[in-house]
Design a protein around this ligand. Structure first.
Ligand code: FES
Ligand code: FES
Length: 273
């Protein structure tokens, strides 16, 4: 691996994760480069605006850019200017970190490609097209304004059928989420205003737990395994308890936890920000 690429890995992933990714790079990896990196701050509302004409690596159809968002927990974003359907100004925004062992991703004008071990992902929905990666890339909501030439990424977009986060609070009415009345019950969704999946569980002792879904290893999304009663990260097999503690690495830090309280007719999460 060239010192340039090793430096790039450190720059985008940080020293520890870069070391893990770099140690798995094959010596004969073809020279497919990760997308160039830039830093763009988010607004207070969690939007990132990109004036496309300012970024020559992104402006042409087939271009791509890695966007880090300083001061947020957001994974670096891969923004691609696709040419599907022949549309000249069509953009997709995905996680820029390969779900195999965490290399930064590039774009060949058609698919998202990992330079390390050549996994391929669909540039639209992040689906795996070629292994060794087995887990899809995270995608982010975005909208391109043809009049202003600005691509707006909404980091906090959520599901319309799940309660939004307002001032860091999510209220789950028990009439809408009756599973939370029962021991062993659970609900999951992405609150608008937060933009990341959360899980809420009624634990065996009757208490409630609410945790973020983003794995603390390399930012893949964990899944709830009902049989095992745990949270499993399919990227590198970390396992967490339903209240977020690590029971199996490589993750070493717990999932982000939210404070949970109850009223007679709702469950209230705070700290969802
Ligand atoms: S890190 Fe191995 S294919 Fe991406
Ligand atoms: S991202 Fe590596 S174990 Fe979850």
């Amino acid at each position: 691996m060239s010192s340039t690429r090793r430096g790039f890995l450190k720059g985008i992933l940080g020293t520890g994760a870069a070391g893990a990714a770099a140690s798995t790079l094959p010596g004969c990896a073809p020279d497919i480069d990760p997308a160039p990196v830039t830093d763009i701050s988010a607004s207070a509302q969690g939007t990132v605006d990109i004036l496309v004409s300012r970024y020559p690596d992104l402006e042409p159809v087939g271009g791509a850019l890695t966007v880090r968002v300083p001061g947020t927990e957001t994974v670096p974003l891969l923004v691609v200017h696709s040419k599907d359907d022949g549309a000249p100004d069509d953009f997709s925004v995905l996680s820029s970190i390969c779900t195999h062992v965490g290399c930064p991703l590039g774009y060949d004008g058609k698919d998202v490609i990992c330079p390390c071990h050549l996994s391929r992902f669909n540039a639209r929905d992040g689906a795996v097209l070629q292994r060794p990666a087995t887990v899809a890339l995270q995608t982010f909501s975005s909208e391109y304004n043809v009049n202003t030439g600005v691509l707006r990424i909404n980091l906090r977009a959520g599901q319309s059928d799940f309660p939004p986060a307002v001032a860091g609070e999510v209220v789950l009415p028990l009439s809408q989420f009756p599973a939370l009345r029962d021991v062993g019950g659970s609900v999951t969704g992405v609150p608008d205003g937060y933009g990341r999946r959360i899980f809420v569980f009624r634990m065996q002792d009757g208490s409630l737990s609410a945790v973020d879904s983003i794995c603390t290893h390399l930012n893949c999304e964990v899944e709830h395994r009902t049989q095992e009663a745990d949270l499993f990260c399919a990227c590198h097999a970390s396992i967490f308890t339903l209240d977020g503690a690590v029971t199996q690495g490589p993750a070493t830090r717990p999932l982000k936890r939210f404070t949970v309280s109850e009223t007679p007719d709702s469950v209230v999460l705070t700290g969802v920000a």
